[in-house]
Design a protein around this ligand. Structure first.
Ligand code: GDP
Ligand code: ZN
Length: 458
């Protein structure tokens, strides 16, 4: 491995901007410690061992800017494998600006988005999937999303991909061996065994590809919409659901309180309610918004709840309504509300139409069951993330798909008795696509694309 240690030193605020008790400013690079030492009054930082913390002041000439704690990480024992210094100062935007200004004057430059993590990757600290998991971990706001991200960050996903790649490389080496002999009638690699191996690899990849539906749900939540006639109880139901579960608070700037309130976590799975602000209005405007509007919301959703007042809709009406809704491509949950008002509930007649769930939203009857149905609708109830590997990243998904297609070409080649050089080229294509996932193969564009999505300071 060649280590591409940077020659310059970067600086950024690592904590969120705005008022907090403390802020952390992070430096990384060969001059990190000497630059900090030049503005720090206290012990000589250049003489201190790694993984130590020092109290002192940051000074601009004679003026004391702040009292701070400085944490030292001496290369290679740091996040980036470079010299890293973290200055914990008081959480004031003014102080942070002043300290960063001083650091820039001493020769550091401002870090780009994700540059600390990018350096860690380039310096071989971890692979690309692990770097990406860092961003996922920061963004994770449900227990399952967190679970998948932390597993990936600790290398769980890479292990799987590298195992796949190792098998392919073994395959490739047999073919290349034939090529080295340059005679077409020499076949070291037993074609039937090769075909078995490709089928085996495709099976593994298919499982990974299929896990993406779930992975996406875990990472981004399940977009859910409640539709139904005015007065069916949509607002009531939503309020009951939201109040039962403590809303997950995300610190992402720009997310409004409304938005945050529209998310609930059920057994660690995040459900995001689409356009619920409209649904929650006391004077119902759903009808005014028209069918078109609810159609659009249904398009955006991954899961649709059709709520109806059981006292207003006969089983025959329900059949008509569901047919009119026409959502063949996603789970649709038919829910009968206001069972408390029903004198004589024709459960069987409704269930002959659809697997209807009966609730009384206002009385919180049937809510626990409804939540179980929501979970089941997402993935037939199988949301365990324990043993199997789950793809949560669209980039990984695309690369796996390319690998799969290249393997298809290999299979076709084997079936047609194609010569070794053509097989080898398809295998190399598969290897390339797999290598892009972990970062064994990278391009500047790929890295730029990944790390520009990080926040500054990570
Ligand atoms: P929306 O138009 O679909 O949003 O319906 P709302 O949630 O605004 O509810 C319409 C009316 O039905 C309100 O007066 C609610 O209090 C009432 N309501 C909602 N759920 C129930 C229920 O389970 N039982 C009874 N009796 N009334 C309910
Ligand atoms: Zn409403």
């Amino acid at each position: 491995t060649t280590y591409l240690h940077s020659t310059d030193t970067i600086v950024a605020l690592a904590t969120a901007a705005g008022k907090g008790a403390i802020s952390v400013i992070r430096l990384s690079g060969p001059q990190a410690i000497s630059i900090c030492n030049a503005i720090f009054s206290g012990k000589n930082l250049l003489e201190q061992p790694s993984h130590t913390i020092h109290f002192g002041t940051i000074r601009d000439g004679a003026r004391v800017v702040d009292e701070v704690l400085v944490s030292l990480f001496v290369a290679p024992h740091s996040y980036t494998t470079e010299n890293v210094v973290e200055i914990s100062c008081h959480g004031s935007d003014y102080i942070v600006q002043e300290i960063i200004k001083l650091i820039l004057q001493k020769g550091a430059r401002l870090a780009q988005a994700g540059e600390f993590t990018k350096r860690a990757f380039l310096n071989g600290k971890f692979d690309l999937t692990q770097a990406e998991a860092v961003a996922d971990l920061i963004a994770a706001d449900s227990s399952k999303a967190h679970e998948v991200a932390i597993k990936q960050m600790r290398g769980g996903f890479s292990v799987e991909i590298k195992a796949l790649r190792a098998q392919l490389i073994h395959f490739a080496s047999l073919i290349e061996l034939e090529l080295d002999f340059g005679e077409e009638d020499v076949e070291f690699a037993d074609r039937a065994a090769l075909e078995n191996l490709v089928h085996h690899l495709q099976n593994l990849i298919r499982n990974l590809l299929q896990s993406f539906t779930l992975g996406n749900v875990l990472k981004n939540g399940v977009a859910t919409v409640i539709v139904g006639k005015p007065n069916a109880g949509k607002s009531t139901l939503l309020n009951v659901l939201l109040n039962e579960e403590k809303a997950i608070v995300s610190d992402t700037p720009g997310t409004t309180r409304d938005f945050i309130e529209d998310e609930i976590s059920i057994e660690g799975i995040l459900f995001r309610f689409i356009d619920t602000a409209g649904l929650r209005e006391t004077q119902d405007k759903v009808e005014a918004m028209g069918v078109e509007r609810s159609r659009q919301k249904i398009e955006e959703a991954a899961l649709v709840i059709y709520l109806f007042d059981v006292n207003e809709l006969t089983p025959a009406d329900l059949a008509t309504e569901l047919a009119a809704l026409n959502v063949p491509d996603k789970p649709l949950l038919a829910v009968a509300n206001k069972v408390d008002l029903a004198a004589d509930l024709e459960v069987a007649a409704y269930q002959a139409i659809a697997p209807v769930l009966f609730i009384a939203a206002a009385d919180k009857i049937g809510i626990t069951e409804l939540k179980q149905h929501l979970l089941r609708a997402v993935n037939q109830g199988d949301l365990t993330t324990g043993a199997n590997t789950i793809v949560t990243n669209l980039r990984h998904y695309a690369s796996l798909e390319q690998t799969y297609q290249a393997l298809d070409a290999v299979l076709q080649g084997l079936a047609n008795g194609t010569t070794g050089d053509f097989l080898a080229s398809d295998i190399r294509r598969a290897l390339y696509a797999l290598g892009e996932i972990t970062g064994d193969i990278t391009t500047d564009d790929l890295l730029e694309n990944i790390f520009s999505k990080f926040c500054i300071g990570k």
